[in-house]
Write a protein that binds this ligand. Structure first.
Ligand SMILES: Cc1cc2nc3c(=O)[nH]c(=O)nc-3n(C[C@H](O)[C@H](O)[C@H](O)COP(=O)(O)O)c2cc1C
Length: 225
C-alpha cells in the first residue's frame, strides 16, 4: 500500500497516469482542503461556482442515477430560517454532549451560515428514475453515497480556486426540506457554506487543532482478510 513505484510499475501501466507534478499538486489539494467556517463577505464569481458545480456533476453515481439536487438559497428569510434551525439543533447537541466535553463543544464554531455569501443546500432524489434503479435495489442508500461523492468533488473544485466550503449537518432535516421547498422524495444531505476563507488554509483540521479529535493512524483502519 505504501510503495508507489516498484513492483507493478512498467511503461504500459504508467501510460495512462497523470504526470508526477500533477499528482503532487493533487495530493496537496486534498491535504489542504479543510472545512471552512469563517468567510469574507466578498462575492464568489458566478463562473467559479458554475465551474465547480459542472465538475461535481461529473461525480460517480449508482447506476448513473445522478441523484444530486442543488438548491442555491438566496432568500434572506430562508437563510435566517436555516440558521435558526442550526441554533436549535446545536443547542440540543450541546445538551447531549458529555459533561466533560461541553465547555470545549460550546467554544467550537460549527457553521458559517451568517457570513458565507453562497449557501447551497444539497438533496438526494430518492425517487429518481434516472439509471432505472441499477445498483440501488439492495442498497438504496447508494443514491445518498453518490450525492456525497458530488459534494466532495465540489469541495475540491472550489478549493482549487481558493474558495472555501463548510459542511453543516447540525440541522433539522424536515425543516430544511420545508425551507427549500424540496419536492417529496428528496432527502436532505448537506447545507454548504461557500465563500472566500478568512484564514490561510492549514494542514491540520480545526477540530484537531482545538483538541476535539485527532487523525487516526491509517493502519488501525485497514486490515486484510
Ligand atoms: C458529513 C459531514 C458533516 C459535517 N458537518 C459539520 C458541521 O455540522 N459543522 C462543522 O463545523 N463541520 C462539519 N463537518 C466538517 C468536519 O467537521 C470536518 O470535515 C472534520 O473536522 C475534518 O476537518 P477537515 O474537513 O478540515 O479535514 C462535516 C463534515 C462531513 C463530511
Amino acid at each position: 500500500m505504501s510503495e508507489v513505484h516498484g513492483q507493478g510499475e512498467n511503461a504500459e501501466n504508467r501510460a495512462d497516469a497523470f504526470e508526477d507534478a500533477f499528482i503532487e499538486r493533487f495530493a496537496e489539494l486534498i491535504r489542504l482542503r479543510r472545512d471552512v467556517r469563517r468567510f469574507r463577505p466578498d462575492p464568489v464569481p458566478e463562473a467559479i461556482l458554475a465551474e465547480a458545480l459542472q465538475l461535481a456533476h461529473l461525480a460517480p453515481s449508482v447506476g448513473f442515477s445522478q441523484p444530486w439536487r442543488f438548491v442555491l438559497v438566496e432568500d434572506e428569510a430562508k437563510r435566517a430560517g436555516a440558521a435558526e434551525s442550526f441554533r436549535r439543533a446545536n443547542a440540543a447537541a450541546l445538551a447531549a454532549t458529555a459533561p466533560e466535553d461541553r465547555a470545549l463543544y460550546a467554544r467550537l464554531k460549527l457553521e458559517g451560515m451568517r457570513e458565507a455569501p453562497v449557501q447551497l443546500a444539497v438533496f438526494c432524489d430518492e425517487e429518481t428514475q434516472t439509471g432505472r434503479k441499477l445498483g440501488a435495489r439492495t442498497m438504496p442508500e447508494t443514491r445518498s453515497f453518490s450525492t456525497v461523492c458530488a459534494i466532495h468533488t465540489l469541495w475540491l473544485a472550489l478549493r482549487a480556486r481558493g474558495v472555501g466550503l463548510g459542511w453543516v449537518s447540525i440541522l433539522e432535516p424536515e425543516e430544511i426540506c420545508r425551507i427549500c421547498e424540496a419536492p417529496p422524495g428528496w432527502r436532505f444531505i448537506a447545507w454548504l457554506c461557500i465563500g472566500w476563507p478568512e484564514e490561510a488554509r492549514a494542514e491540520v483540521p480545526e477540530l484537531e487543532r482545538l483538541g476535539w479529535e485527532r487523525r487516526l493512524p491509517l493502519q488501525k483502519l485497514c486490515r486484510r482478510v
